[in-house]
Design a protein around this ligand. Structure first.
Ligand code: ZN
Length: 94
């Protein structure tokens, strides 16, 4: 998994160290840190990362989305990414 991702120009550290008994993911916008649980299936980790990116965007853009909306977008985006593994390669120069 990536160790750093840029969200709206801010570099977030991504680590795998959250307590899986409580959360699959965690995002702190102030510390620019996203945590994803370790020891979970890679597809679950991917969904958790998407979720935390959405949490960061919700906060940084002051969207005010309720958590159920974030969860719904996570489900939808994750399905698109799963169903189209080469989605983000579409316009990549060879
Ligand atoms: Zn959440």
């Amino acid at each position: 998994m990536l160790k750093k991702i840029k969200i709206l120009g801010c570099e977030f550290r991504v680590t795998r160290d959250v307590d899986t008994r409580k959360y699959l993911g965690y995002c702190c916008v102030n510390k620019q840190h996203i945590k994803v649980a370790k020891g979970i299936h890679p597809k679950q980790a991917q969904a958790a990362l998407i979720h935390e990116v959405l949490e960061a965007l919700n906060s940084m853009l002051r969207l005010g989305m309720p958590h159920r909306t974030i969860v719904a977008l996570e489900t939808g985006l994750n399905a698109v990414v799963q169903d189209n593994p080469k989605l983000l390669d579409l316009w990549r120069k060879k």
